[in-house]
Design a protein around this ligand. Sequence first.
Ligand code: F6R
Length: 608
Amino acid sequence: MCGIVGFTGKQNAAPILLEGLKKLEYRGYDSAGIAVCKDGVISVSKVSGRIANLCEKTENGANMPGHSGIGHTRWATHGAPTDINAHPHMSCDGRFSIVHNGIIENYLELREELTAKGYAFRSQTDTEVIVHLLEMYYDGDLKSAVMKTTSRLEGSYAIGVLCADCPGTIMAVREASPLILGIGVGENFFASDVTALVAYTRNAIYLDDGEFAELTPERITVYDCTGTVIQKPVSRITWSVEAAEKGGYEHFMLKEIMEQPRAVKSALAPRIQNDQIQLDDFSFTKEDLRGIKKIVVTACGSAYYAGCAGKYAIEKLCHIPVDVQLASELRYGEPQIDSGTLLIVLSQSGETADTIAAMKECQSLGARVLAIVNVVGSTIAKLVDNTLYTWAGPEIAVATTKGYTTQLSVLYLFAVYAAHTMELLSQQEYLRLIRELQSIPQKIQQTLDMNITLPQLAKKYNTGHSMFYIGRNTDYAAALEGALKMKEISYIHAEAYAAGELKHGTIALIDEGQSVIALCCNRHIAEKTMNNIVEVKARGAQVLALAVKGDRAVLAQADDVIYIPGLDPLFQSVAEIIPLQLLAYYAAKENGCDIDKPKNLEKSVTVE
Ligand code: F6R
């Protein structure tokens, strides 16, 4: 996740900015930069790679004198992790420099407008539109230029601004991305994260959405979105640095679970503009899509399970058969693949060895490839022509959470896009599905808000024995991922079964007190799973069911019910995995496990 720092005071800004950036390193980044203003001139230094390189380049800030400045650590989303794409970005006239966290959803149309007006873009980032807008709107009044600029932006942003005409002033703007002002003595700061502030001050002002602030060494002035000065309370930062890194959560995994509404929004919202899905970096025409005879999805672990869940939406909407294969199997199999095959590769890291090998094998057989990956510039992204990034931000916990839900969301988006492009959907159905997609972040948030009893349920169903997850169709796909989450972080043996398979063998394992998690969220098929609940209960199992809010029938069968908000059944898995992630999390916590770094596991499996 990108990080922002800003400083104005009497000391040299650059060393303080570099120190602040170092405190943000834990968030993950692939490039960094700082800009400093001295005597009405802004100088910028930025590098791809580590902050240590930036320290070396700037001689720990000594060769960049100036008393006000801004800094940034970037996690690439739009554009590869290169020096040019690193922040800060400069306006063409050199008057403005800015840093930005978040995503500008309407950057493509703004970029077109600004290019037509003669503004030269140097980077591939969405961010650069902001600095050109500032230049365009500036008429000597910085505050007014900032307001006019932000009124044009859609999306989420925390922005830091440096203006050569106003040495000693730095501006901070917030919309749906955190930004905190630090109050010093004769110096002031801002940062996206309190970890960058605590070495200097523990007095802070938390900006709210739509607010912006002007900082000078002596004063901080906060404005609302109309430009009216507002009084903000000063808060005392009491967090230790370690707690601050995790945003106050006990573990990165919990933080990342909670981040999912925002992560999924980042994956979906910029690609849905004016009731149309626009897929950046996907070059298939209507004829190309119609020429696809078969789709093969390949991946490992949770990414494979995201493929299993996405298969239903693609098959139903696109009428193309989808075969989901484990990359470790596909690479050594006899895949029936040719130029009529679209291979979809899913990978959070973009570096998984088996996935890369399976992809190369399929490419050599003539398959066209679409990669859905999180890490920009990763090996998989570099090896294919069509890449859709999931824009989830860095995932630090080893067990994936937002990586999975964003992969699945992009698969849904692809399914609706492809079906529409192939003219398989009525306009009404297309719009309905778009509305459903747009509602996913909110439904995930509601799921998080609704299920406050999960710690107790995790205790009740964590009996020290194995757990069975059952479901059908999209519920089964979510069960697979739910069981993996449980086993990898809590070390409880957990298996997912297609509920209809129980009586073909597995039911022999059901005994008194056996914990069964029954997923009954897909309204087309939930009734059948309820019959399986009756069967396992008759053999003594204790059943925790997952159902859609309002479904009272399940209450009569299960011992406990976790409710989630309803979505189109095709998209239901993305919401139902949320309580299963939390159930695993709380069970692992109860078992005293090292949740962020489970034993024997690595975040990126780059060897076979
Ligand atoms: C499970 C998990 C792994 C990964 C798998 C693929 O929580 O994180 O199963 O999903 O190793 O990794 P990527 O998506 O990086 O290819």
